[in-house]
Design a binder for this molecule. Sequence first.
Ligand code: IMP
Length: 421
Amino acid sequence: MKVDVLLGLQWGDEGKGKVVDVLTPKYDVVTRFQGGPNAGHTLEFEGKKFVLHNIPSGIFQGNKVNIIGNGVVLDPIIFKQETDELKKQGIDLTEKLFISKKAHLILPTHRILDAASEAAKGKTKIGSTLKGIGPTYMDKTGRNGIRVGDILNDFDKKYAALREKHLQLIEMYGFEYNLEEYEEGLKEGIETLKQFTLIDSELELNRYLKNGQSILAEGAQGTLLDIDFGSYPFVTSSNTVCAGACIGMGVPPRSIGEVYGIFKAYCTRVGAGPFPTELFDEDGERMRKNGNEFGSTTGRPRRCGWLDLVALKYSVMINGVSRLIMMKSDVLSCFDTIKIATAYKIGNDVVEEFPFELPEGLEPVYKEMPGWNCDLTAIKSEDDFPAELKNYIRFIEEETGVPITIVSVGPDREQTIQIEK
Ligand code: IMP
C-alpha cells in the first residue's frame, strides 16, 4: 500500500482540514508530518465547527488511527486544551490518537523566544503565529531539543536545563515577559500526554504499509511557506512540501502514491512577506468578507488576491502533484470578471517561472475570465457547474497539466463535489 499526501499549494489556509475529513473514509490511518499549533485546520459538519491545531483531521470519521508523526512539534499545553475541548464534545481520543516519541516538544520558553525574536526584528518581522515553532525547530536541528519520548524519563530535569539556556538568550534580547503565565498548564499538559500511547511511529507506519493498510499524510501550512522553497525568510520553519512527509513520518520516497494539492480559487496570505497578486481595493475586501478570511489560529485578517498561476505551477512541480483540489469556489461568485496571474513583470522582463525573489515593484500579468456570478453553494454535481466555472477549471488544468478532482463550494463536508477523472 501507499502513502497518499495531501498538502497546501499556497500560503496555507487552503482548507486542508475539510478535505482530510472528506477523504478519511478511504484510509486506515491519518498522519500529521510537520508543523505544529501554528496550523488551524477547520472542519464543519452537522451544524458543528471544529478547529484543530495539533491533532490530525481524521479523528471525526469513526475509529481510524490518527498519528502525530516525528516531524511535528507539539505543545503540551495546547494539546491538553484541544483534547479537553474535544472530550467535552464527546470525542475521546485516547483509543485512536497515537503520538511519535520522536516529535519535539514546544516548551513555554520557546514561545517566549519566538516573541522576543519577532519583537527584535521590528519592521522586518515575519508575522509569526508566536506558537514557538521557529525556536523549537532551531533546538531540534541544534540538537538541544526535548522529544515527546523524553517525558517518560526525568522531564523536569531536562526542561530545567533547557529553560536555563533559553532564559539567558531571552535576557540578551532584553525582552519583558511573565514566565509564570507562559508556564501555566505545562505540568498538566505533560500529564495529559502521558495518558496517550507514545509510539515509534516510523515502525508502526511501515508496518501498516507492509500489511496493506492505506495512509493519508496531512500537510500543514503551504508550499509557499516551506523553509526551503517558500518566500524565504517569510516562511515557517519546517518542510511543508511532499518530500517533508517522508522525513516527518519515516516512510521511504517509494511509498508515496497520490499527491493531492489543495489551492483556493484565489489566494490568501496571513503574516508578512511578498504576495504578488495581493489586492488593496474593494475586490480584496469582498474576498475577505465573503470567504471569512480571518486566521483560525490568530484571528488576524488574511490578505487576499487573485489566483497566481506562476506560484501554483511551481508548487505543483515541487510536490509532484497528481490531483488538484480547488477550494472556496463559491467565494468568487460575486465577481463579474475574474483575474488569474499567468506571469510576472519584473522591470522590463516578463517572467513565467517562480523567481528567487519576489521584488517590490513586481507586477502580475493577468488573464481575465468571465465570472460565474451565481450561487454555487447548493450544487451537488459537476454537471450543474456554470459554464464559466467549467472554463476556469479547464484553464487551470491546462496550465498545470493536472486534473482538478474535487471542487469545494462551501464550508460544510456536504458541499464537496468529487469529479471522476
Ligand atoms: P510561524 O510558523 O508561526 O513561525 O509563522 C511563520 C509564517 O507562516 C507567518 O507568516 C505565519 O502567518 C505563517 N503561518 C504559519 N502557520 C500558518 C498556517 O497554518 N496558515 C497560514 N499561515 C501560517
